[in-house]
Design a binder for this molecule. Structure first.
Ligand code: ZN
Length: 231
């Protein structure tokens, strides 16, 4: 295992390939890119590999050994060959948010019962960032709105990973919005049954259609979890 792979393991963000790590006195800079070969067109739901341009996003993640961790993510903008839509590649976190999902959750936890200014100073962030995350998560808790709460037509597909990585990765997509919802850890039928059931009985009951063209394990998992007339 080379050093970059060690950092990939440490990071545990399975869609990211680490290219270089610079360890400084107070922060760790991780230069990375998506391991996925293709992106999903949010309009026509076709897989797409036509890259229009790349750019770098700077995203803060959980600290390691007291050092701030900054991800410099080379990120792609695609053009769909079918519908000509330009779109940004999606990750398991929203790279426009400037923090990873797990770090946002940590910030929200830290914000409980204290002045936001305390978190701002402790985490060396600007007030606007902490406030935006706090508001977003506070609303979610009240309304129980999450990406899965409104989904009635999910689909699951597989995207190949770049050379040097043997595997495919499963991608759960909302067929109505084209949003990538998640990249489940384990693609086996048993694991997916657990995964979907963990989203709650309301989620399982509201599924009207499930789409998968790959592997019958996916359809069998769906049959077990969802009460759809067509299954
Ligand atoms: Zn398209």
């Amino acid at each position: 295992m080379d050093m970059n792979q060690v950092y990939e393991e440490l990071l545990g963000l399975k869609e990211l390939q680490v290219n270089q790590v610079v360890v400084g006195a107070t922060q760790i800079e991780v230069y990375c890119e998506s391991r996925l070969v293709e992106g999903y067109c949010p309009v026509c739901l076709q897989k797409c590999n036509c890259v229009k341009q790349t750019y770098e996003r700077k995203v803060k993640d959980l600290s390691i050994s007291g050092k701030e961790v900054w991800l410099y993510i080379t990120s792609r903008q695609y053009v769909c060959k079918d519908c000509n839509r330009h779109f940004y590649e999606q990750f398991s976190f929203d790279p426009r948010e400037s923090v990873t999902k797990r770090y946002a959750e940590r910030l929200y936890d830290l914000s409980q019962g204290v002045e936001l200014q305390y978190v701002v100073v402790r985490e060396n962030l600007c007030w606007q960032t902490v406030n935006r995350i706090f508001q977003k998560y506070a609303r979610k808790q009240v309304n129980l709105i999450n990406a899965f709460a409104r989904v009635s037509r999910p689909g699951i597909d597989e995207i190949a990973l770049k050379k040097g990585h043997k595997h495919y990765i499963a991608v759960v997509v909302d067929l109505d919005t084209g949003q990538v919802l998640d990249l489940p850890e384990d693609r086996s039928k048993q694991a997916l049954v657990k995964y979907f059931q963990a989203k709650g009985p309301d989620f399982c009951a509201q599924i009207k259609l499930f789409c998968s063209d790959m592997w019958e394990g996916y359809l069998n998992a769906a049959k077990k979890c969802f009460l759809m007339p067509s299954l």
